[in-house]
Design a protein around this ligand. Structure first.
Ligand SMILES: Cc1ncc(COP(=O)(O)O)c(C=O)c1O
Length: 418
C-alpha cells in the first residue's frame, strides 16, 4: 500500500494529523492489526470467527501449492534453516540458480536478489540518484517515496510528477541542467487500484532526457506478462512483469519486483545491467550489511519459478476469470471503482468516508476480509476498501463477496458512478 503526501500542499492549519485515521482503525476495527488463529487456504479464523480472505496478495495460490511446499524440507536439510552470511560473504547456490532463471524469465540482462523491495528502495534509490535529481510519481508506493526522501537526505534534489501527465515530467527535466544523475521512480501495477501507467511514453521521455526509469512492480510480477497471440487471457503470458507486458525493453529501465506477493515468498529482485549489479554489491547496504532470505523462501521461490513455467498461464487464466466475475458485478451495481483494468485488485471507494468503520463491521460480520483503505493509504475522496482475488478463492467465495457488495450497495454506502 502507498501513502500519499497530499497534506504537504495544504496550509499548516488545515493539515490533518496524517496517521489519525489509520491509527483509529488499528485500534477499533477487527479487520486491522488482527491476530489470525487458523488459515485454511483463503478461509481464515480470528478467534471464533471464520472469514473469506480477499486481502491476500498470494495471487497465484502458491502459498498452499503442494508441489512448492514439498521443496522446503529437502532444501532446509541441505542448507540449514537460514544462510546467515551476508550475501557479500557468500550465498548458497540457490541464489545463483534463482537469479539466472529469473533473468531468463524477465528477458532482462541480469538480476540481483535481496530480501525485500523495501530494503531495495531504501538502499538502491539513493545510490542511483547520487547528488542528481529524483522525480517521484505522486502516488508511488510509500516505500518508493521513502527511498526518494532518503536520496534527498543524501544530496539529491527531489520533485514530484504525475504519471498521467508525462508532458509535465518532460518539461521538468527539460528545464534542468545535466549536472548529475536523473532518476524517475514510479509503480508498475498500482497497489490500490491495479492500474498500470503508460510505461512506453514515460520510458521514451526518460531516454530522451538521459534519466533512468525505476519501476516497482511487486504486484505485477507473476500476474501480468508478455503479450502473445497464444496468451490464455489479457494478463499476457508467463507473468514476467510490467516491462514485458507493455512491450518495453530494459534499455534505461531498472525494474524492482517481489516474490512476496504472487510467489508467496520473502524475496525481492532488481532487473538491471550486470555492471550496475556489481556496483550495488558494495554500494547498496543490504548485499553487504543485511542477512539473506531464509532457505524456505529461496526454495519456494525456485520451486515457484518451475511451477510458473508449467502451470502459471493456466492459473492466471482462472484468476482472470474470477476477477472478471467480481468486476462485472461491481460495474453492474453502478459502483464507482478507479480499477479500470482486470487486475485482481479492485478498489471500492465509499460514498462517505465517515462510514468506513460501519462498512468494515458489516464486512466482518458477513465473513468478508478485505484491506481497509483509510487516508493516507488512498486520497480522502477514495477512502473505502480493496478487494484482492487470488487463484485460491473459490466460485462460492466470490458469490458470497458479490452478494455482500450488493447489500452494501442497497444501503447506499458505496460511491456510485456519475
Ligand atoms: C508496490 C509495493 N512496493 C513495495 C512493497 C514492499 O514489498 P516488500 O514486502 O518486498 O518489502 C509493497 C508491499 O506491500 C508494495 O505493495
Amino acid at each position: 500500500m502507498r501513502t500519499i503526501d497530499a497534506d504537504v500542499e495544504l496550509p499548516r492549519e488545515r493539515r490533518a494529523p496524517r496517521l489519525a485515521d489509520l491509527d483509529h482503525l488499528r485500534r477499533t476495527s477487527p479487520m486491522s492489526d488482527a491476530v489470525l488463529d487458523e488459515v485454511r487456504g483463503r478461509h481464515i479464523r480470528s478467534g471464533g470467527h471464520w472469514l473469506i480472505d480477499f486481502a491476500s496478495c498470494n495471487y497465484l495460490g502458491f502459498d498452499w501449492d503442494p508441489e512448492i511446499i514439498d521443496e522446503i524440507e529437502p532444501a532446509v536439510r541441505r542448507w540449514g534453516t537460514h544462510p546467515s552470511w551476508s550475501r557479500l560473504l557468500g550465498s548458497p547456490r540457490l541464489y545463483a540458480d534463482i537469479e539466472e532463471r529469473l533473468a531468463a524469465l524477465l528477458g532482462a540482462p541480469d538480476t540481483l536478489l535481496l530480501p525485500t523491495a523495501t530494503l531495495i528502495h531504501a538502499s538502491v534509490i539513493p545510490v542511483l540518484a547520487g547528488a542528481g535529481h529524483v522525480f517521484v510519481e505522486a502516488r508511488a508506493h510509500k516505500t518508493v517515496y521513502d527511498g526518494c526522501v532518503s536520496a534527498r537526505g543524501q544530496g539529491a534534489r527531489l520533485q514530484r510528477f504525475r504519471a498521467d501527465r508525462p508532458d509535465e515530467l518532460d518539461a521538468l527535466m527539460r528545464a534542468l541542467p545535466y549536472d548529475g544523475p536523473r532518476l524517475v521512480c514510479l509503480d508498475g501495477v498500482d497497489s490500490m487500484s491495479g492500474n498500470i501507467p503508460d510505461l512506453p511514453v514515460l520510458a521514451a521521455i526518460c531516454r530522451d532526457r538521459g534519466a533512468t526509469l525505476y519501476v516497482d512492480d511487486t504486484h505485477g510480477f507473476g500476474v501480468i506478462g508478455e503479450r502473445t497471440a497464444a496468451e490464455p487471457c489479457p494478463y499476457g503470458s508467463r507473468g514476467n512483469s510490467v516491462v514485458r507486458h507493455t512491450g518495453e525493453t530494459y534499455d534505461g529501465i531498472v525494474l524492482v519486483g517481489g516474490f512476496s506477493k504472487a510467489y508467496s515468498s520473502l524475496l525481492a529482485f532488481l532487473a538491471l545491467p550486470s555492471v550496475l549489479k556489481d556496483h550495488l554489491k558494495t554500494a547498496a547496504g543490504p548485499y553487504l550489511y543485511s542477512g539473506p532470505s531464509p532457505t524456505a523462501s529461496l526454495a519456494t521461490a525456485l520451486a515457484g519459478l518451475a511451477v510458473n513455467d508449467r502451470r502459471g498461464d493456466a492459473i492466471r487464466a482462472d484468476l482472470y476469470a474470477k476477477t472478471v466475475r467480481v468486476l462485472r458485478h461491481v460495474r453492474g451495481l453502478g459502483l464507482d471503482t478507479p480499477s479500470v483494468r482486470e487486475f485482481p485488485i479492485v478498489e471500492i471507494p465509499l460514498a462517505d468516508a465517515a462510514d468506513l468503520d460501519a462498512v468494515a463491521r458489516f464486512l466482518w460480520e458477513r465473513g468478508i476480509y478485505v484491506t481497509l483503505a483509510a487516508y493516507p493509504l488512498v486520497p480522502r475522496d477514495r477512502v473505502g476498501f480493496r478487494i484482492q482475488v487470488t487463484a485460491l478463492n473459490s466460485d462460492e467465495d466470490i458469490d458470497r463477496l458479490n452478494d455482500t457488495l450488493s447489500r452494501l450497495a442497497e444501503q447506499c454506502v458505496l460511491a456510485r458512478r456519475r
